[in-house]
Design a protein around this ligand. Structure first.
Ligand code: KG4
Ligand code: ZN
Length: 333
C-alpha cells in the first residue's frame, strides 16, 4: 500500500510517501521557523500563507524523490486535527484536490496519533504500551492496548511541556522555539536553583507546568530587582531537571499500574536530551523507545504510518467533505 501523506498543522509544510506502513520512500519538510522567530512564536495567518506557497512544491518533491508513478498511490492521508485551523485547511484542500484529480481515496489523521506513530518508523510498537506525548500543544499519557486503540489516562491541566519550555526561553531572552536552546544550555549548566516539582496528587496521571513556569519567572524578576546576575545555563538545567523528574515519575507510575511491555515517547519534546537520559536511567525492565530526532518534530512520515494502521484497523476512508478541527480528542479506545 503506497500512501501520500501531508502535514500542515503548524509551521512545517511536509509531504511523504510511505510503502506498507514502514518504508519511507520520501519525507520532505519545509520549516517556517526562521520566519516566525522575529515574532517570538507562530503567527497563524503567516503560517497559512506560507503553507499555500509551499504545499504544491513539497508534494511534487515528495513524489519525485520517491521516484514513483502517481497511479501507484493508494491513499492520500492528511492531518485534519488538532492544529491551527487555517494551516490545517491548506493541507486538507491540497490533499482533496490531489485525491479528486487522481481518483484516490482520502483519509484524515489526528496529529497526536501521528506523533505516537513516529515510534513505529524505525522501531516496532509492542502492546500494551504507555505513550508519553510531549509537544508544543500537548502533554498526555496514553494507554494503547493495540494498534489504533488509545485511552488518555492523564493530561496537563494548564501549560503543555513544550509551551512551558518556549515561555521560559522567552523570559531568558532566548529566541523561538526555545525548547532546543534551553536543552542545549542546560547541558553546560548545573542544577543550582531550587525549583518545585509539580506532581499534583502523587497517585494521579495529570500534569501541571504553569506553577513551575511562574517560579522561573519570579526567580528572574527577583534577581533583576536586586541587580544580581542570573546564571542562564543553571536556570535552564534546573528547569529541565524539574520537568523531566515529573514526566519520568508519572510515566513510570502509569507503566506499573497498567502493566505494560513498552514505553514510548512522542512529540517535539521527545528530542529533549534531559528527558531521554532520565527515562533511560529509570526505565526498569520496560522497553523504552524514542523516535529518531528527525521524526520528533512535525513531519508527514508519521502521518503516513498512522494512516496505514488506522486503515488496517477500520478499513474506512473519508469523504470529500473532510474538514479541519482546531481541537480534537485522540481516536477510539
Ligand atoms: O511536536 P512539535 O513539533 O509541534 C507540536 O505539535 O506542538 O513540538 C514543538 C515543541 C516546541 O515547543 C519546541 O520548543 C519543543 O517541541 N522542542 C523541545 C526540544 N525540541 C523541540 N523542547 C525541549 N527540548 C528539545 N530538545
Ligand atoms: Zn506536532
Amino acid at each position: 500500500m503506497i500512501i501520500l501523506a501531508i502535514e500542515t498543522s503548524c509551521d512545517e509544510t511536509s509531504a511523504a510517501i510511505i510503502e506498507d506502513g514502514k518504508i519511507v520512500l520520501s519525507n520532505i519538510v519545509v520549516t517556517q521557523m526562521d520566519i516566525h522567530k522575529e515574532f517570538g512564536g507562530v503567527v497563524p495567518e503567516i503560517a497559512s500563507r506560507h503553507h499555500v506557497t509551499s504545499i504544491t512544491k513539497v508534494i511534487d518533491k515528495a513524489i519525485e524523490t520517491a521516484d514513483i508513478e502517481i497511479s501507484k498511490i493508494d491513499l492520500v492521508a492528511v492531518t485534519n486535527a488538532p492544529g491551527l485551523i487555517g494551516a490545517l485547511l491548506v493541507g486538507i484542500n491540497a490533499a482533496k484536490a490531489f485525491a479528486f484529480s487522481h481518483n484516490i481515496p482520502i483519509l484524515g489523521i489526528n496529529h497526536i496519533k501521528g506523533h505516537i506513530y513516529a515510534n513505529q518508523i524505525e522501531d516496532e510498537m509492542i502492546f500494551p504500551l504507555i505513550a508519553l506525548v510531549v509537544s508544543g500543544g500537548h502533554t498526555e499519557l496514553v494507554l494503547m492496548e493495540g494498534h489504533n486503540r488509545f485511552e488518555m489516562i492523564g493530561c496537563t491541566q494548564d501549560d503543555a511541556v513544550g509551551e512551558a519550555y518556549d515561555k521560559v526561553a522567552r523570559v531568558l531572552g532566548l529566541s523561538y522555539p526555545g525548547g532546543p536552546l534551553v536543552d542545549k544550555l542546560s547541558k553546560i549548566g548545573e542544577e543550582t536553583y531550587k525549583l518545585p516539582r509539580s506532581y499534583l496528587k502523587k497517585d494521579e496521571f495529570n500534569f501541571s507546568f504553569s506553577g513551575l513556569k511562574s517560579s522561573v519567572i519570579n526567580l528572574i524578576h527577583n534577581h533583576n530587582q536586586r541587580n544580581e546576575e542570573i546564571r542562564i545555563n543553571d536556570v535552564c538545567r534546573s528547569f529541565q531537571e524539574s520537568v523531566s523528574d515529573v514526566l519520568v515519575q508519572k510515566t513510570m507510575m502509569a507503566a506499573e499500574r497498567f502493566n505494560v511491555k513498552q514505553i514510548i515517547v512522542a512529540g517535539g519534546v521527545a528530542a529533549n536530551s534531559g528527558l531521554r537520559t532520565k527515562m533511560n536511567e529509570n526505565k526498569k525492565h520496560y522497553e523504552l523507545v524514542f523516535p529518531n530526532i528527525k521524526y520528533c518534530t512535525d513531519n508527514a512520515t508519521m502521518i503516513g504510518i498512522a494512516a496505514y494502521y488506522q486503515y488496517q484497523d477500520l478499513k474506512m476512508y473519508d469523504k470529500m467533505d473532510l474538514n479541519g478541527k482546531p481541537y480534537s480528542e485522540l481516536g477510539r479506545k
